[in-house]
Design a protein around this ligand. Structure first.
Ligand SMILES: *Cc1c(COP(=O)(O)O)cnc(C)c1O
Length: 451
């Protein structure tokens, strides 16, 4: 045995090899030591030690893989458009081209060129926001969770915040409205019951310590049956009568240009002149991750003075991408916004894509493939009950288990879902430029698993 182990190469010798002369020594040493450790354990179990050259090659491969970027593009065949795990909203190449020059040069992000004085990064979106929503003022923070935190911390620290028990939602990724309110220093005053809250519940909860009434969108769930929540219109009225701030956390929020009737658009809400509204930039808006806040000017000004804002401040990339996104809405150039473009596809367009995809896949040996009707989702906790009829492809391998096939295509970058022991590819988030890629990766899986 000792004889066998003595055949293991020495780390120092490997580190001096010429093929490693340009490698980072610290990383190379770590990888080499742990690789030799694995070989030692294997040898003790009776496995043969590979020849020296193969060991070098293995180490070189591990080194290369370690330095490979972990992020990679994926094809979203799930039919869920703002898929949080897959990066929520994506950008169009046109939008990236529009902002690219700003990213590789200095810019007037916080600089007033006219006056040669300091400017404000939020100013770059104020005019667009007021054109879209006719709002007095706005501000942008890191995400919508930050918006809730900033608003409650600014106006309700050690003060009472009233919110319906039916709206104490958890969004996922450990964001819970009640926890955020308390973390921000607000005193939570829950009113009503889980399924029903009346206007009188709000009225009765108002004390001299109350500063704000929050309405939070239920987002990712829907109550049906014996239920009642108060509309934002009535909350605004009640707050105004009692000199309180009304704040609507809309969550997703959409501008227009999509066929949704189950809930009001951001423009509808803005027309009610609420004190404050916040929503995510990368859900149905289809822009960068951000928490967008609009409302009354004197309140936004207070938000700007909160020192927390510095910690929640958005990067220039966000401002650039948000400005381009809002501009696309104002110019009704919705093709610039993939989230909206994908939502707006007609049944015909989806069916045509399914047929084209099917033609490319139907000749692959051992793969059964058929066109089926599906229904896609908005995702990101938006519009949970809304189904968007779609077309797709159902796949099944003649020998491989469906789960195994799904594992293999996922590892090659195609994210699908399984239903009734079939792999479903929803065409909604698949573009024609993916077709060949999907065909190639399936062919690859087939040849790797040829019997
Ligand atoms: C999604 C959501 C949030 C969190 O927004 P992020 O932008 O993901 O931080 C907060 N409130 C509601 C109602 C939401 O739907």
């Amino acid at each position: 045995m000792r004889d066998l182990l003595s055949k293991l190469p020495k780390t120092d010798k490997i580190l001096k090899e010429k093929i490693f002369s340009h490698h980072n020594l610290t990383l190379l040493k770590k990888i080499t030591q742990s690789h030799i450790q694995v070989l030692r354990e294997n040898a003790l179990k009776g496995e043969e030690i590979p020849d020296y050259q193969s060991i070098l090659e293995n180490i070189a491969t591990i080194y290369k893989n370690t330095l490979n970027p972990t992020l990679r593009p994926l094809i979203n065949a799930t039919g869920v458009i703002a898929q949080t795990n897959l990066g929520r909203s994506i950008f169009s190449p046109a939008l990236i081209n529009e902002i690219a020059p700003l990213l590789s040069e200095y810019s007037n992000l916080e600089y007033n060129i006219e006056k040669g004085s300091r400017g404000e990064r939020y100013e770059h979106i104020t005019t667009l926001m007021s054109a879209l929503f006719d709002c007095e003022d706005c501000i942008v923070v890191n995400n919508n969770a930050s918006a809730v935190l900033l608003i409650v911390n600014t106006f309700a620290k050690d003060k009472e915040v009233i919110i319906s028990r039916g709206e104490l939602v958890e969004i996922g990724g450990s964001f819970r409205i009640p926890e955020v309110i308390t973390s921000a220093g607000g005193i939570l005053k829950e009113v009503g019951s889980t399924n029903k809250t009346h206007l009188t519940d709000y009225k009765n909860a108002i004390t001299t310590e109350t500063t704000m009434i929050i309405k939070a969108h239920q987002s990712n769930f829907k109550q049906i049956g014996f239920t009642k929540q108060i509309e934002i219109e009535d909350i605004i009225k009640l707050a105004t009568q009692n000199h309180l701030i009304d704040y609507y956390d809309i969550g997703s929020g959409y501008i227009d240009g999509i066929n949704i009737h189950s809930e009001p658009s951001l423009k509808d809400i803005a027309a009610l002149k609420p004190s404050l509204v916040s929503f995510s930039g990368d859900k149905l808006l289809g822009g960068p991750q951000a928490g967008i806040i609009f409302g009354k000017k004197h309140l936004i000004e207070k938000l700007k003075k909160n020192h927390l804002l510095r910690a929640l401040r958005v990067d220039k990339f966000t401002i650039f991408a948000l400005q381009a996104t809002l501009k696309a809405y104002l110019e009704n150039n919705l093709k610039m916004i993939p989230t909206i473009a994908m939502l707006n596809q007609t049944q015909e367009e989806l069916s045509t894509k399914a047929k084209e995809m099917h033609a490319l896949l139907s000749n692959i040996p051992n793969l059964k493939c058929e066109i089926i009707q599906l229904s896609s989702k908005a995702g990101g906790g938006s519009l949970p009950e809304e189904e968007f009829p779609s077309y797709g492809i159902a796949l099944k391998h003649k020998h491989l288990k469906t789960q195994t096939l799904n594992d293999k295509i996922r590892q090659k970058g195609l994210i699908a879902r399984i239903q009734n022991d079939q792999i479903l590819l929803d065409m909604r988030c698949i573009s024609p430029h993916h077709f060949k890629q999907i065909q190639d990766l399936l062919l690859q899986v087939m040849s790797e698993n040829a019997k």
